[in-house]
Design a protein around this ligand. Sequence first.
Ligand code: EAX
Length: 325
Amino acid sequence: MKKLFFLLCVMLSFFIVQAAMAAQTIKLGVVTKPGSAQNIVAEKFKELVEQRSGGGYEVKIFHSKSIGNETEILQQIQMNTIQMGVITGGPFDTFNPIVRVINYPFLFKDSAQADTILDGPLGQEILDDLATVGFKGLCFSENGFRNLTNNKHAVKTDAEVKGLKIRVMASPLHKAIWQALGANPTPMPWPIYTELEQGVIDGQENPLWVMEVYKFYEIQKYMTLTRHVYSPHIDVASMIWWKTLSPADQEMIRKAMVEAAVFQRKDNRDKDGARLALLKEKGMVVEENPDLFSFRTKVAGLKDMDLFKEPKVHALLQKMMEASK
Ligand code: EAX
């Protein structure tokens, strides 16, 4: 009897130790598939956190829309049913209008300027303000500068955009941009290959990696290097979850995400030259020098629209425009 009791105690303590040692799982959502910009951030983050926590955390990546589109992933992060996400700037728009500021057309001149501003105090204002809607904003990684593709005709000036049915992200700002340019914008969540293939939409706009990874060269003939919007991801955690973490773990997780973001931004930019070459090789007709003056003129009035009228949003847009002059 005594022996049995002893054995039970040993077994029980074994289970208790096991439970204490079991890694805490961090569920992280991205909408795109492996090889995509968001996944490269997520995978680097997973590697760093699992290594640095010595098995204390396991990062489980949910990709390819397995837990919903980006809006749905954000809703789950708010509720802490998943803990983290690498999410394109556009769909944040309806959660907190301050995010619109980064997606303002022709705001940043180049990647270096985007980094300086987003990694600085103005970017931090956006990350901090996400707390009002349940997110801990950690940092910015990137999709990159967005370019127009379509399957109807070559586009050099805004005149050729007229009437094109362009898919846009679930973002009132993105819709307003394409309305101002004379297109017929259709909001639609990711992915959109079938809709392009079936001609439900004539075109779309995204950074170069998307045209390669999602094989848009198979179904879109014309590309125009408009670079009309710099498209970051915002890398976020659930505020409910974040508050349960020790300061040391918060710092370890934040740092890992910042490093993953810096790694991915460089990786994305390094690959762009080869991507452009590949897309041409695959038969896309690329307009490399569009008349961007005509595009800029059409969208110049957006800053005065209701989309930016909330005082904090308006104030930050002014500061961003000043900083990016
Ligand atoms: O990351 O929805 C979009 O257009 C995004 O840029 C897409 O998910 C690729």
